[in-house]
Structures are given as C-alpha cells and as structure tokens.
Design a protein around this ligand. Structure first.
Ligand code: AMP
Length: 213
C-alpha cells in the first residue's frame, strides 16, 4: 500500500504520517527528514539541498526521485509506504509513477489535507521540531528536551519556518505543488480530501475513515 500525503506545509503531514503508518503497518518516508539528515551529516546531497531548503524553495526533482527510489527498493518498504512531503511537483508524480510501475506497484491513494493559509501561518510560527528524531511539536519552546522515549534530542525552530520562508513555501505550493492534485485525479488515482483542522486524533480518524479503515 503506497499512500501519498498531500497538503500545504504545516497541514499536519509530518504529525499524521507516523500515526497512520502505525495503524496501517507500513513505514513512513519523509523526504524533508531525509534531506535534513543529509544536511546535518554534510553529505554532497545535503550540501546541494541546503540553500534551496533554507529559502523555502523546492530541491530539484532528480534529487528527490533518487531518494524515493533508493528508499522504496529497501525491504522495509516492501509492505508499502506513507509518503510524507513527496510528491510536490508534476515531474515527481510522473517519475514516481514510472519507478513504481517498474516495481509492479502504484500509488493506491492520495490523502489531501485541506487547510487555509491563515491557520498555516499560525501553526508554523509556533512549530518546533526535535533536531534528532524530527518529531514536530506545537507546545515546546526551542531548547526544550524532546519528549519521545529514548530520543534525548533538543527541540529547535526550523530555519524555513521563519516568516519570509513560510511566505515563499506557500507561494511554491500554489505554483508547483497544487497542480499535482489534478494530475492524480486525471490519472484515475483515488484522491481523498480531509479537513486538516482539529485535534490530531480527529484528523487521524478522518484519514483512516477516508481510506476505508
Ligand atoms: P518538509 O519537511 O516536507 O516541509 O520539507 C522541507 C524542505 O525540504 C522543503 O521546503 C524543500 O526545500 C525540501 N523538500 C522536501 N521534500 C521535497 C520534495 N518532494 N520536492 C522538493 N523539495 C522537497
């Protein structure tokens, strides 16, 4: 089962992905997390991606498709995947479809998290994230210890959650990511729209209900 989580930055994809993964017994693949880890480790891929990410721009499609293809070939994704933060452009949708076709697989559903820009700006301005395990928080200040069992990391503000980068990311969403929604509809993939506003558990339940679980 391959599920694409689709929605604006701050819609809650990163919060919902592990919850849905647990319920559906598949692993998550978050391209943003993979890239942030590469930046921290200073790999060539991380060094290439950093400037795009800090500005709130998209990393080139080739880099993203390479990450996704490498990951989905691993045994841990044999059961399926919850894709968080990918697909973000039409060429990524096309590239992913081709890669999956070659593996005899396909995207089973696109879960679209609907939310307006005002709520996004409010959420991102107060979001922090663990620098080690990447868990997002809305109630911890920068510097606080991560509350995930055994993590031991510290919570930080993401550089791309600064007001200037938030504006840019919303612009990028409208220009480059929004057309992906119609692409999937045109190609006959199941697209499920859910209201992303409300408490975390309510949104998870809406998503599972949409998926028929
Ligand atoms: P995220 O954690 O999903 O908000 O991703 C953080 C940043 O990583 C984005 O603003 C992009 O710069 C980059 N990124 C993550 N996933 C993708 C993708 N599928 N396509 C292009 N850039 C991406």
């Amino acid at each position: 089962m391959i599920i694409v989580l689709f929605g604006k930055p701050g819609a809650g994809k990163g919060t919902q992905a592990p919850l849905l993964a647990e319920r559906l017994e598949v692993k998550t693949l978050a391209t943003g997390d993979v890239l942030r880890a590469a930046v921290r480790e200073g790999t060539p891929r991380g060094m290439e991606a950093k400037a795009y990410m800090d500005r709130g721009d998209l990393v080139p499609d080739e880099v993203i498709l390479a990450i996704v293809q490498e990951a989905l070939a691993k045994p841990e994704y044999a059961n399926g995947a919850i894709l968080d933060g990918v697909v973000r452009t039409v060429p990524q949708a096309e590239g992913l479809a081709k890669a999956l076709r070659e593996m005899g697989r396909e995207v089973d559903a696109v879960l679209c998290f609907s939310i307006d820009n005002e709520e996004i700006v409010r959420r991102l301005a107060s979001r922090t994230v663990c620098e080690k395990c990447q868990t997002p928080y809305s109630d911890l200040e920068p510097g606080a210890p991560c509350t995930q069992p055994g993590c031991g990391g510290r919570v930080v503000r993401r550089k791309d959650d600064e007001p200037e980068a938030i504006r840019r990311r919303l612009e990028v969403f409208e220009q480059q990511t929004a057309p992906v929604f119609d692409w999937y509809k045109r190609h006959g993939t199941r697209v499920i729209e859910i209201d992303a506003v409300g408490d975390v558990e309510a949104v998870t339940n809406r998503a599972l209900h949409g998926l028929g679980r």
